[in-house]
Design a protein around this ligand. Structure first.
Ligand SMILES: [Ca+2]
Ligand SMILES: [Ca+2]
Ligand SMILES: [Ca+2]
Ligand SMILES: [Ca+2]
Length: 458
């Protein structure tokens, strides 16, 4: 096994304007170790990957020699959960009303970024390791190319890092979605059939690869959104959830040596919190070995010819000479969707006298499926057979399912869909079911459902 000649120190430095920069000779959309030396299409994998399909477990701990040990425990667990979930978000940059003081730096946001480096992800932007300054650091990650200089022209829109940038002979390092060149959207399949580094694969009209910078995001219609791996965070700001770009890069790695998803060399990743220890795969430590925050990694080639490197060690250093904010709220796992249906405000069986009023209502907490496309259904099994609520909220008798609605799963606090007098209703038992699916295919799956029974007595 060949040892990669250099380790990488990925800094998060601070500029005079209080803008933090994640620095170092690295590169995500871009992978660590992707450069002229190791190959621009080098893919770097988390510790433990051998080239065979596996469910990797990567342990994460807090050094017993660190300062701020107690305060770090909650946010370190939060960032572990965030990387485990791989949920793409927009609007992830919070500057106002985020529960932290303006003059402090959010440890959780910085920890999320540094942990990404320890998994093999580099900066999608040129960043401070380019030696450039100011806004030039926000151009999309590339090598200098044949003229040995960065060619930096922000194009007609004047926005650095967007699709009209003119980059001369610079060689792109950023993996992009071939169809969209949009780092804020996640393709269903992520591998080399859908993602590329070659400018020839850009959508027609695009000049260069877009990176997940916040100004570019705004230009593309996504407010307050920035890739977590983008270098640069301000005091008083939080960035605690991932974007599509962060996830796409990791998923590309997870497609394995053949760079194709769905084959036998694919792997999954589970980060596991080990508590206070100095023997985990990745260690957090306030040891003042970084000017602000940095992840030091070393790697081994597992496939030199196909340019695959695996991280062997990750150490995240932080500096105590800054005022840090430690989130003390453990982020709960988003749960499965919860649906309820009630009859006259009761979730249990209700007995009514014929002619009495009946109110049926539903609630939906979409949980981790929020925003996913789904079929919605309401079915009533009655003494006269099955009825289905249709798109006009009318019950129709049908032996085949009829859908209420198809679209995104959203939070419904309480929606009353029937409020009637039961005069003349047949006596007997009625079971009404509210169901949502984990898909939108017009087929009644009832992935998540709840029923209520009411009985009409004389
Ligand atoms: Ca531009
Ligand atoms: Ca150049
Ligand atoms: Ca594969
Ligand atoms: Ca369905």
């Amino acid at each position: 096994m060949m040892v990669v000649s250099d380790s990488r120190l990925v800094n998060y430095l601070i500029g005079m304007s209080a803008i933090i920069l994640f620095a170092c000779p690295v590169q995500s959309g871009v992978f660590e170790f992707a450069d002229e030396v190791h190959g621009v299409d080098t893919i770097t994998h988390p510790k433990g990957y051998t080239g065979n399909g596996a469910d990797l477990v990567i342990t994460v701990g807090i050094s017993p020699f660190s300062l701020h040990i107690d305060a770090m425990e909650v946010p370190v667990q939060n960032v572990i959960n965030t990387w485990n979930r791989l949920i793409p978000t927009t609007g992830n940059v919070l500057i106002e009303n985020n529960g932290m003081p303006h003059n402090q730096f959010d440890f959780e946001s910085v920890a999320l970024h540094e942990l990404g480096h320890c998994l093999g992800l580099g900066h999608p932007n040129l960043a401070s390791e380019s030696g450039l300054s100011g806004d030039d650091r926000n151009f999309t990650k590339a090598t200098r190319g044949a003229n040995n200089n960065f060619d930096l022209n922000s194009g007609i829109d004047g926005v650095v890092g967007s699709s009209d940038d003119l980059r001369g002979d610079d060689v792109n390092l950023h993996w992009f979605h071939k169809e969209s060149n949009n780092p804020f959207m996640l393709a269903r399949v992520v591998d080399i059939t859908t993602y590329s580094q070659s400018l020839d694969d850009l959508p027609s009209g695009d000049q260069f690869v877009v990176n997940g910078d916040r100004v570019v995001a705004e230009l593309m219609g996504f407010k307050n959104t920035e890739a977590v791996m983008q270098q640069g965070i301000r005091s008083g700001e939080t960035r605690r959830t991932l974007t599509a770009d962060d996830i796409a890069t990791l998923r590309l790695a997870m497609s394995g040596l053949d760079r194709l998803a769905g084959t036998s060399d694919d792997y999954t990743i589970e980060l596991r919190y080990e508590g206070i220890t100095d023997t985990a795969d990745i260690i957090f430590e306030f040891d003042n070995q970084a000017s602000f925050a940095a992840c030091e990694i070393t790697g081994n080639y597992i496939d030199l010819e196909r340019r695959h490197i695996v991280i062997t060690e990750g150490h995240i250093s932080l500096n105590t000479n800054f005022s840090w904010f430690f989130n003390d709220e453990l982020v709960m796992e988003p749960l499965e969707p919860v649906v309820t249906i009630s009859a006259n405000d009761s979730l249990d069986t209700v007995v009514l006298t014929q002619g009495e009023d009946l109110t049926l209502a539903v609630t939906l907490d979409p949980g981790k499926n929020a925003g996913n496309q789904a079929d919605y259904w309401v079915k009533a099994a009655t003494p006269l057979g099955d009825f289905w609520l249709d798109g006009q909220l009318q019950f129709r008798s049908s032996d085949l399912p009829i859908r209420v609605f198809g679209g995104a799963l959203i939070d419904l606090s309480e929606v009353v869909f029937l409020n009637v007098r039961t005069t003349g209703w047949p006596l007997g038992s009625y079971v009404v079911t509210f169901a949502v699916d984990d898909n939108l295919d017009h087929v009644f799956d009832a992935t998540f459902q709840n029923s209520v029974t009411f009985i009409i007595d004389p």
